[in-house]
Design a protein around this ligand. Structure first.
Ligand code: ZN
Length: 43
């Protein structure tokens, strides 16, 4: 069965920030591994 990308990401577990461990809900379909706060520190 072929799932749409929306359906696929909905079934993924919540992503966690690699630095602080916070859930990254709005960036679940993004390649970032840090939340917005930690990424702001990097840049
Ligand atoms: Zn973080």
């Amino acid at each position: 069965m072929i799932m749409s990308s929306t359906e696929f990401f909905r079934n993924l577990p919540p992503k966690e920030c690699a630095k602080c461990g916070d859930n990254i809900e709005e960036m679940a379909d993004c390649y970032n591994h840090e939340c917005e706060d930690c990424e702001a520190e990097i840049h």
